[in-house]
Design a binder for this molecule. Structure first.
Ligand code: NIG
Ligand code: FE
Length: 402
């Protein structure tokens, strides 16, 4: 049993109450990786007197952060495109001539398993130093049966090595690969008939994601893919309404998706559909900023009753930063999410977008994934974004970074 004391401010992020569940001068106790008590330190029950003691040194303690949307495993370098975009070439134009996603596909296919795993490891380590203890990872830069499955197997090896919890998503419908340029239907059949069954049979993915967009996949192709996912017991996620309003939000609601991600162009009707169906909206403000877009109307969605998560979208093109605290700060500054909403968005609501019960919350019964930051309060931490690492990260009760 472990008691973390001298907490300046604790945020428990209760799953069903709004707000961050803030407690000043708090203590947190866990046993065998599960939270057993949280509250003001002055009320710490005597029965925990023998627990091993850790000190938060007056800092901020929050649930281990949950990055619920990343393209973790990939190879290559797209910094040339970064400069081209600055010089005025739009993202879709770069993609249309074989750059963008397809450039990363070429590099990823050419990379060895060992290189993919090593770079994935480095990225996870960097995320851990920012207090991120759960990471969703999407395939989508392989686009052949073999390359998609090996990406998912890299996710599994990274998960097995720990310490982070990895949730694996098959995003074979990220782009139509060049060899199927004249046979889109053939590629959708490959995803449906081979990739989804194989990923499900080998336990390699929890979700199937589809990039629904002009130049990527249509709503009707996505429905076909999600029907196959459901038949194999896999959940649905969408890259929806990112570059235009394609009705992605309504589609997410109609297929019972766990989340609809991006949503920069979501309509009011789309927002209402998300609220009614309980689909989590995932805001990806780093990608929005990099692509020079107007931010997702998070305030409007929250006020309409939608649960909003915040994630990095870490990828080599539209979001080449893996800093979830940066995304949270952007959610506050550009999307008028309060610090409590941004923190919930990167913890308990992000876990909801991954259908992980008991993760992202420090109420009793929650998993003891904890991040400690050197700041006296949540407001002080998020008011000015600093690239400083977390002071400590705990995964399932064990200190894994400090
Ligand atoms: O989430 N929207 C599609 N996919 C990624 C971009 C991936 C890339 O540019 O490589 C995204 O923004
Ligand atoms: Fe993405």
């Amino acid at each position: 049993m472990t008691a973390l004391t001298d907490i300046g401010q604790l945020a428990t992020c209760p799953p069903d109450d709004p707000g961050a569940g803030l407690v000043d001068r708090a203590a947190l106790v866990w046993d065998e990786g599960v939270v057993v008590w949280a509250g003001p330190e002055a009320d710490l029950p005597a029965r925990f007197a023998d627990a091993e003691r850790l000190s938060a040194h007056g800092g901020l303690v929050v649930p281990g952060l949950v990055d619920c949307h990343t393209h973790l495993v990939h190879a290559g370098d797209r910094s040339g495109e970064f400069v081209e975009r600055i010089e005025g070439t739009p993202y879709l134009e770069i993609a249309g001539r074989g750059g963008g996603i397809l450039s990363t596909v070429r590099a990823t296919r050419a990379a060895s398993d060992a290189d993919l795993e090593a770079s994935g490891r480095e990225r996870l380590d960097a995320m851990l130093r920012q207090g991120v203890t759960t990471v969703e990872a999407k395939s989508g830069y392989g686009l052949t049966v073999a390359d998609e499955m090996r990406t998912l197997r890299v996710h599994r090896r990274l998960a097995d090595a720990g310490p982070q919890r990895i949730v694996s998503t098959l995003l074979a419908a990220h782009a139509v690969p060049p060899e199927y340029a004249d046979d889109r239907a053939g590629y959708v059949r490959l995803v449906v008939d081979e990739m989804i069954p194989k990923a499900a049979a080998d336990g390699l993915a929890a979700f199937v994601d589809v990039f629904v967009e002009q130049g990527a996949f249509t709503g009707s192709e996505a429905r076909t893919i999600f029907a196959a996912a459901a038949a194999h017991g896999l959940g649905a996620k969408l890259h929806a309404d990112q570059l235009s309003d394609t009705g992605g939000a309504a589609l997410s609601a109609s297929v019972g998706a766990a989340s609809a991600d991006h949503l920069e162009y979501v309509s009011d009707a789309g927002g209402a559909a998300l609220a009614a169906a309980g689909v989590v909206a995932v805001s990806l403000p780093i990608a929005t900023l990099v692509l020079g877009q107007e931010p997702l109307p998070a305030r409007r969605l929250l006020d309409a009753g939608v649960r909003v998560a915040v994630a990095t979208d870490f990828n080599p093109g539209s979001a080449p930063s893996a800093s979830l605290p940066l995304a949270m700060w952007l959610a506050c500054t550009r999307q008028r999410m309060t610090p409590a909403e941004a923190l919930r968005g990167a913890t308990v609501e992000a876990a909801r977008a991954l259908r992980l019960d008991g993760v992202g919350t420090l109420v009793p019964g929650g998993v003891a994934d904890v991040a400690v930051f050197e700041a006296p309060s949540l407001y002080a931490w998020l008011a000015g974004w600093r690239a400083e690492p977390a002071a400590r990260a705990v995964a399932a009760g064990e200190t894994v970074w400090m």
